[in-house]
Each structure stands twice: as C-alpha cells, then as structure tokens.
Write a protein that binds this ligand. Structure first.
Ligand SMILES: [Fe+2]
Length: 260
C-alpha cells in the first residue's frame, strides 16, 4: 500500500490550533509514505509564520514534499518581493523550490507555479513543463506518478476559471503523454477530484485539496485534507477527510476510485 497525505493552504498565521493538532494526529495514525504541502503554507510569508510551518513539519516526522503558493511570497514588503521573494520560504523549507520524492511505489514531482511579478495568479513555463515530463518518463514500473503544483489546472465551478494555472493546457498535454497519474493542487480552498480528460478517465486525475487548517475556509466548506491510497493490485482511491469540530478530528466523508 502506498499512501499520500495531501495538505494544502495551511496558511500558518491564520491556523486553527485544534485543527493543526488533528492533522498531526491523522498523519501519525496513517503513517503515509509522503505528506504533500501544495502551497500557501503561510498567510503572508513572514518569518514567524514560516517558523510555525517548520515546527509543524518537524512534528510530522514524515517525508514532506512542499511547493510554494502565492501567499508564500511577501505581498507588502516590495523590497523582499523584488529582491528575495523566496528568502523566508527557503529558510524554513529548504533551498529547493521544486523537490522530487520517490520510493518503490511513488514518484512525486513538485513544480513552482508562483510568479513574484504576479499578485496571485500562477504560471508554468515551457522549461518547467518539459522538465516534469522528462522526469515522469523516467518513472519506474510500479510507481504512482504524481505532480504537485499550487495552482489548479481544472475548475469545478465557473467562478474558479480565472484562478487556473496559466499554461495548463500545454502542461496537461505533455504530462498526459508522459504518463502522469495525478496532478495535486490547492489555492482555491475547494476539494474535488476530476479526470484530466473527461473522455478518457483512465488517463490521469486532478486532485484538489481544501484548506487543511486555516480559518480562511471557503463558504461552508470545512477544513479538509486528502488521503490518497494505492493498493498492491494498482487500485487507487482518493479520500476526502473533513475536520469535525465536535470530535476535534478529521473523518472520511468522500471516496473516489481513480482508474489509472
Ligand atoms: Fe493560493
């Protein structure tokens, strides 16, 4: 069994403490192969907020793959934004903005879709698309092939169309050809699972996570995380776990079989 715990948009600085503890409890009980943090790790990219994120990662004591979100670049500090936009991020999370994790059952490739010159929109370059595709092609048999980006590549509701990653169609074409299984994202605080290509649902899936622990929830969508599990026969499920204030714990609320 290969398991990923997918957390997004933690927005440290706006975190709900009991929800953070519940996320740690869930991580401990699942003991996943990898914890994915798909960006907006902090609210305003401040040192103290990254320090809280760092502490959370240390308490996880599990392999973590993180990519930056638009909130992880200073917004109001224009000098930092221009001269060293990822300075605080790198101090807390390491110098690599596009990390790769692999074991026998999993290849996960991070891609940085933030752009300091843009306020919140994300973009992917031809070079990034090609690098990810090349790495996907090097996957070993038996590895689940996962790409992690902050910005979503498909919308579930029309109001999110303006939030989609710039360059996504080229990226999805290239990555589909290279055999991607899952593209993980966040940014819009709305969890959902969609086929990459609705006409060929065995050709890869989009997995979006809500905000794991921030009070900046969207409408009445609670804090949530995804648990992705692939069994020995190759069956893969994406479970959405929501935080329930009554029990102070995350619990599964939805399960999607993703044909690969
Ligand atoms: Fe974001």
């Amino acid at each position: 069994m290969t398991r990923i715990l997918h957390l997004s948009d933690t927005h440290f600085g706006t975190e709900r403490k009991p929800v953070v503890e519940a996320a740690l409890d869930l991580a401990r009980s699942l003991a996943p192969d990898l914890v994915v943090l798909s960006g907006d790790i902090t609210q305003r990219a401040r040192r103290g907020q990254f320090a809280a994120a760092r502490k959370f990662i240390e308490r996880l004591s599990l392999p973590v793959l993180a990519v930056p979100g638009n909130h992880d670049i200073p917004l109001f500090n224009l000098f930092a934004r221009a001269l060293n936009p990822y300075g605080n991020y790198k101090r807390a999370l390491g110098a690599v903005l596009e990390p790769v994790f692999e074991n026998d059952g999993l290849l996960a490739i991070g891609v940085n879709t933030t752009r300091p010159r843009r306020r919140k929109d994300g973009e992917i370059s031809g070079g990034q698309i090609a690098r990810v595709a090349q790495r996907l092609r090097q996957a070993r048999p038996g590895q689940l092939r996962v790409v992690v980006a902050h910005h979503p590549v498909r919308a579930k509701v029309d109001s999110d169309l303006s939030n989609l990653l710039i360059g996504r169609e080229h990226a999805l074409d290239a990555w589909k050809q290279a055999g991607v299984d899952l593209v993980l994202g966040g940014h819009i605080h709305l969890p959902y699972v969609l086929p990459l290509d609705p006409s060929a649902p065995a050709g890869g899936w989009i997995v979006q996570a809500g905000t794991a622990c921030s009070h900046r929830v969207r409408g009445n969508v609670p804090n949530s995380v995804n648990v992705i599990a692939r069994d020995g026969e190759g069956g893969c499920h994406v479970e959405r776990w929501d935080y329930a204030a009554g029990t102070h714990a995350f619990a599964p609320v939805d399960r999607t079989l993703v044909a690969l």
